[in-house]
Design a protein around this ligand. Structure first.
Ligand SMILES: *[C@@H]1O[C@H](CO)[C@@H](O)[C@H](O)[C@H]1NC(C)=O
Ligand SMILES: *[C@@H]1O[C@H](CO)[C@@H](O)[C@H](O)[C@H]1NC(C)=O
Ligand SMILES: *[C@@H]1O[C@H](CO)[C@@H](O)[C@H](O)[C@H]1NC(C)=O
Ligand SMILES: *[C@@H]1O[C@H](CO)[C@@H](O)[C@H](O)[C@H]1NC(C)=O
Ligand SMILES: *[C@@H]1O[C@H](CO)[C@@H](O)[C@H](O)[C@H]1NC(C)=O
Ligand SMILES: *[C@@H]1O[C@H](CO)[C@@H](O)[C@H](O)[C@H]1NC(C)=O
Ligand SMILES: *[C@@H]1O[C@H](CO)[C@@H](O)[C@H](O)[C@H]1NC(C)=O
Ligand SMILES: [Cu+2]
Length: 350
């Protein structure tokens, strides 16, 4: 009798288990335990070091894209190379946000799967640092134990960002922090041949004080539809029209800094923290009305369709528009990138 009950219990449990499996398969790729992306300063010192070590690991394992990118040496270069190759198709377009969301998730996946990182991609909420020149320089991301600070001032360098930018203060090789000895291999601009360079930064405070503020973020969050949101996030191409996307790139990169290079900017490891913050802001905007905003996507397919004009003569993006990351990851539709906790993505922000 006891034996029968036991057997019945076992078969009963197996039946329930099988049902659970079936319902799991029926729901496509559930995201039940998303990894959690946190602000840089919310990580413990140990977690910060683990992230930095994982990035260094990517910089030290061999490239996979050499056939297309002759100068690529490391997996870190692979990512930079894909951005260089796609720059003219992924900025000032309707799929700007989704492309960068996919790019970051793939970078995060490489850190985890190829470099043993167990955390999530951190973000940098620069609004916490942009009150003044001094508070900005004291931002934890610029610490010696983190990404290092500005480059020393140089009078004359190679312009990769904004020529004649007002208030530039650096331009030289970043002399401290985890990446002071980083050797970049690609760029400047569209160069995909081997060209060893250091990491440079050229902080220009006027852009930072204007663009990396809570006011700038709130303006984007108040947008009524995706296109208006994205136009606010991407801003224009002149200092008067810069918003927070350009604010991070040209405020930190100025004229001569790596992150100011529209093509080769992912050479600065801070790129990924700036863009994680941008992605978080998109998610914050979506989260205000998920029922509508998980499917709200539009905007020109051709580069510079905005800001100058809403030029959709090359077409508008829709949910079934495809994006890809060359050799790094396959084609996905914008629909697959709309939900950070569904489809192909599984992460969250705190
Ligand atoms: C890093 O070097 C720059 C340029 O010399 C300097 O301005 C900055 O204060 C240094 N940062 C740290 C944390 O030492
Ligand atoms: C800056 O350097 C470039 C290239 O070395 C040179 O052609 C140019 O004259 C220099 N400009 C100034 C203002 O020193
Ligand atoms: C902040 O830095 C800029 C240079 O980027 C400089 O022109 C300005 O005077 C500085 N402001 C203060 C209050 O130090
Ligand atoms: C482009 O579209 C945006 C958002 O829909 C709108 O605010 C803006 O006025 C339009 N610009 C032009 C030049 O039509
Ligand atoms: C609009 O985009 C097309 C490419 O689709 C381009 O040829 C044309 O010059 C653009 N027009 C304007 C006004 O920017
Ligand atoms: C793109 O969308 C805009 C706004 O909805 C519309 O005015 C335009 O005609 C569309 N263009 C194309 C090529 O579908
Ligand atoms: C990805 O999409 C592009 C453009 O639509 C297409 O040419 C290519 O064959 C696709 N690749 C795969 C693996 O589906
Ligand atoms: Cu980009």
């Amino acid at each position: 009798m006891a034996n029968f009950k036991f057997t019945a219990l076992v078969w009963g449990s197996l039946f329930v288990f099988a049902l659970l499996q079936l319902s799991e398969a029926a729901t496509i790729k559930k995201c039940s335990s998303p990894i959690v992306r946190k602000e840089w300063r919310a990580l413990t010192a140990k977690q910060q070091q683990k992230y930095l070590s994982a990035v260094k690991c990517l910089q030290n394992i061999p490239a996979k894209t050499c056939a297309a990118v002759p100068g690529a040496i490391s997996r870190f270069d692979d990512f930079q190379g894909v951005h260089i190759r796609q720059t003219d198709f992924i900025h000032f377009v309707g799929h700007f946000q989704a492309w960068h969301r996919y790019y970051l998730a793939t970078y995060e996946k490489s850190l985890r799967e190829e470099c043993g990182y167990t955390g999530a991609q951190p973000y940098w909420d620069w609004t916490l640092d942009s009150a003044s020149n001094a508070t900005f320089l004291a931002a934890p991301v610029f610490a010696n134990s983190a990404f290092g600070g500005n480059g020393p001032y140089v009078e004359n360098g190679t312009v990769v960002g904004l020529e004649g930018v007002t208030g530039r203060t650096g331009g030289g090789c970043v002399p401290n922090g985890s990446f002071k000895d980083l050797e970049l291999h690609l760029g400047p601009g569209t160069n995909l041949e081997r060209n060893n360079q250091c990491l440079t930064r050229d902080i220009a405070f006027p852009i930072i004080l204007k663009c990396l503020t809570a006011t700038a973020v709130d303006k984007a969050l108040a947008a009524e539809n995706y296109q208006a949101f994205d136009m606010e996030a991407e801003g224009g191409t002149t200092p008067e029209a810069f918003t927070y996307h350009a604010g991070g790139h040209l405020g930190i990169g100025g004229a001569y800094g790596t992150i100011a290079d529209i093509y080769a900017s992912p050479g600065d490891p801070l790129f990924y923290l700036h863009h994680a913050n941008m992605d978080r802001i998109w998610w914050m905007w979506q989260s205000q009305d998920l029922a509508t905003r998980l499917t709200d996507i539009s905007g020109p397919i051709v580069q510079f369709g905005y800001p100058f004009s809403n030029n959709t003569s090359g077409g508008n993006v829709t949910l079934d528009f495809k994006i890809h990351l060359n050799e790094l990851a396959g084609n996905v539709t914008l629909e697959q990138m709309m939900n950070i906790k569904g489809g192909d993505l599984c992460y969250d922000y705190v």
